[in-house]
Design a protein around this ligand. Structure first.
Ligand code: C5P
Length: 413
């Protein structure tokens, strides 16, 4: 019962994913949460208020003008009661209303009236999710401290494939358990990196095959972005160098978008001298085409042979500088994870390496969760499976302790 006595106010807006909310309510209740549910008019087209009433054990609130619901718990009382307001699914329309402070139904009114943290679980068609208006709205909400759970990627109700699926109920529950775990222990030290500059690379790189095609990998950038946000929260001046990802640029963080490994190297080297710490989280393509054709390659019979050359190793180049910053690398492997990571630590002359197993679809690439083994010359620490946000805090805390030891050793020499 990891949500014992937590008051969860669930706001359901009208997307197809609303049919999953009775399961979400059941799973939250199973963890001991107290549930109150509000739904928009359109949500009622996708899921029955009666089903939600049965699983939540409380009358469903829908309208400001519903005397019965207001008599049971008025909307201001409901807003004050909540320990967290979770909007799941959050449609593009509801996200836009929350961004602009509209209050034309009970759900959006509660979002303005509550002082509790708000978490949204976006759910919509992939094109709507990628629309610049939605990206900007989500960015504004994040800047105001609204938490964002997902969305996940995969097949959609409309047949499209891409980002926009609502995060599964069990993963929303896990997120909330970790959120309350984190706020309860408040294990973030907001001053840990004050006065320190941290540069982070994140996401994949894309290498052109011709003017219309490229090769890349499955990195979502979520781990790197989570580290950037956590580093900012812990007081650092953060520079994020990001490959092409489907994530909003984090607030108050200098963010440079790049496409290729060479561009990433150039952006890193441009600012590396001002950095105390360099964290290479990007999944950089190891190879690029030796000669990129200037025109689209035409279809022809037989085998197509491409010739690749090696991309620069950004992390290795940084670690080889005359006075390098503290370096943390990542080793994403599918087998012999720790042995390969140890090898990389030595070969690239790093201070620290975080190894993760990307063979499981539940963790690592593209997932919201991860598990890491963090290796230094003298230590090995396991950080068990958790949300990438929670892991980022733990990883940076470990990094700080190793960084301070090295700084102190330098001083005493
Ligand atoms: O050698 P490998 O690619 O497995 O090493 C992974 C680590 O090196 C990651 O931290 C990654 O960000 C970094 N790297 C890099 N430039 C490359 C290849 C990897 O910075 N070209």
């Amino acid at each position: 019962m990891q949500l014992e006595q937590k008051n969860v106010l669930l706001g359901i807006s009208g997307g197809i994913a609303a049919y999953k909310t009775p399961d979400l309510v059941r799973k939250l209740s199973a963890q001991g949460a107290n549930l109150r549910v509000v739904m928009t008019d359109s949500a009622k087209e996708f899921v029955s208020p009666l089903a939600l009433q049965a699983v939540s054990g409380n009358k469903i609130s829908n309208s400001l003008l519903d005397e019965d619901a207001e008599a049971a718990m008025g909307h201001i009382e409901l807003a004050r009661w909540a320990d967290i307001f979770v909007v799941a699914p959050a449609t593009a329309n509801t996200i836009a209303k929350l961004t602009h402070g509209l209050a034309d139904d009970l759900l959006t009114t509660l979002a303005l009236a509550t002082s509790a943290p708000i978490a949204i679980a976006p759910a919509m068609n992939q094109q709507m999710w990628a629309a610049p208006a939605t990206t900007e709205n989500c960015l504004k909400l994040q800047q105001r401290g609204v938490l964002q759970i997902g969305p996940a990627s995969g097949e959609q109700a409309c047949g499209d494939i891409g980002y926009g699926r609502m995060t599964e109920p069990e993963d929303i529950v896990t997120y909330l358990v970790e959120f309350f775990g984190r706020t309860a222990s408040s294990n973030i030290d907001n001053n840990l990196f004050v006065g320190k500059s941290i540069m982070i690379t994140a996401g994949p790189t894309q290498e052109a095959l011709d003017p219309v095609r490229y090769i890349t990998n499955h990195s979502s950038g979520k781990m790197g972005y989570a580290i950037a946000k956590a580093a900012k929260e812990m007081g650092a001046k953060v520079t994020l160098i990001s490959g092409p990802v489907n994530l909003a640029s984090p607030a108050q963080i200098e963010c440079k978008q790049v496409t290729t490994a060479q561009q990433m190297l150039d952006a890193v080297m441009d600012k590396i001298e001002q950095q105390d710490i360099f964290i290479a989280c990007a999944a950089v393509a190891d190879f690029r085409l030796a000669d990129i054709p200037t025109h689209k390659v035409k279809k022809k019979e037989g085998v197509l042979t491409l010739s690749f050359e090696q991309n620069p190793d950004i992390l290795k180049s940084v670690a080889a500088l005359q006075s390098p910053p503290f370096t943390l690398g990542f080793a994403a492997e599918t087998n012999n994870v720790e042995a390969y990571a140890q090898g990389k630590l030595e070969r690239k002359k790093l201070n620290m390496i975080a190894a993760n197993d990307v063979s499981s679809s539940e963790l690592g690439f593209n997932s919201d969760r991860n598990a890491l083994t963090v290796i230094t010359k003298s230590n090995k620490t396991s950080l068990p499976a958790a949300s990438k946000e929670a892991l980022a805090v733990d990883l940076l805390t470990l990094l700080h302790s190793e960084y301070s030891t090295i700084q102190n050793n330098k001083k005493s020499k």
